[in-house]
Design a protein around this ligand. Structure first.
Ligand code: 13P
Length: 247
């Protein structure tokens, strides 16, 4: 039985002092030892948020990371920096990074390998645009993103990673994928992992759904056989996140 993982993606929200305040508000609400709870926060919030989460069930994640160890990469953050700061998870390849910052699946594959090398758990995002869905190429596109993302990664490492399926048209729009649509793609992702690796790896890997997850739709989404939790944007910044964690 896979353990559910419910992660908030704060995106570019909350200053360090606001972040600590939000953690203090959410701490009592997100208590649930039956699931993994992760707050993925802006880089500058990581240090105070890790401190604020000490002694709780909350793990801290980053929203991005660079694939080099160190050096002349102005503005980037290395995996060692994240580990040293107490980070456990890192979101890689969010559609906002793919779209606005032109990250490719090849870049994301390099980041995946580096994150794993440093003992971080990557949450690799994939998802189709509305145009791709209307063209009927959703599953082909997602399979491509997953295959490139996992190139050269060993099965034993892949099994410990997390994939977040986030249809781009459902992000921040209030338009959630239906449970059938979400389950169909999450199942296809698991099948793709089985093809790349084997059944055991496919059974172990955790697959989240993301895109307008809220307190009202979380329980139905998370009840699907291939949906192992959620990656939550807007609703992770509110008391609602407590309801989602305790779906
Ligand atoms: P929303 O939950 O705000 O739609 O964002 C989803 C998302 O992008 C999480 O990574």
């Amino acid at each position: 039985m896979r353990r559910k993982i419910i992660a908030g993606n704060w995106k570019m929200n909350k200053t360090p002092s606001e972040a600590v305040k939000l953690v203090e508000e959410l701490k009592p609400l997100v208590k649930n030892d039956a699931v993994d709870v992760v707050f993925c926060v802006p880089a500058i919030d990581i240090v105070p948020v890790v401190k604020a989460c000490e002694g709780t069930n909350i793990e801290v994640g980053a929203e991005n990371m660079y694939f080099e160890e160190s050096g002349a990469y102005t503005g980037e953050i290395s995996p060692a920096m994240l580990v040293d700061a107490g980070v456990k998870y890192v979101i890689l390849g969010h559609s906002e990074r793919r779209d606005y910052f032109k990250e490719t699946s090849e870049d994301i594959n390099k980041k995946m390998k580096k994150a794993i090398e440093h003992g971080l758990v990557p949450i690799m995002c994939c998802g189709e645009s509305l145009e791709q869905r209307e063209q009927g190429i959703t599953l082909d596109w997602i399979r491509q993103q997953v295959k490139v993302g996992y190139q050269g990664i060993a099965a034993s490492d892949a099994a410990k990673t997390v994939i977040a399926y986030e249809p781009i048209w459902a992000i921040g729009t209030g338009k959630t994928a239906t449970t059938e649509q979400a389950e169909e793609v999450c199942r296809a992702i698991r099948q793709c992992i089985a093809e790349i690796y084997d059944e055991a790896t496919a059974e172990a890997i955790r697959i989240q759904y993301g895109g307008s997850v809220n307190a009202g739709n979380a329980s139905e989404l998370f009840a699907q056989p291939d949906i192992d939790g959620g990656l939550v944007g807007g609703a992770s910044l509110k008391a609602d996140f407590g309801k989602i964690v305790n779906y």
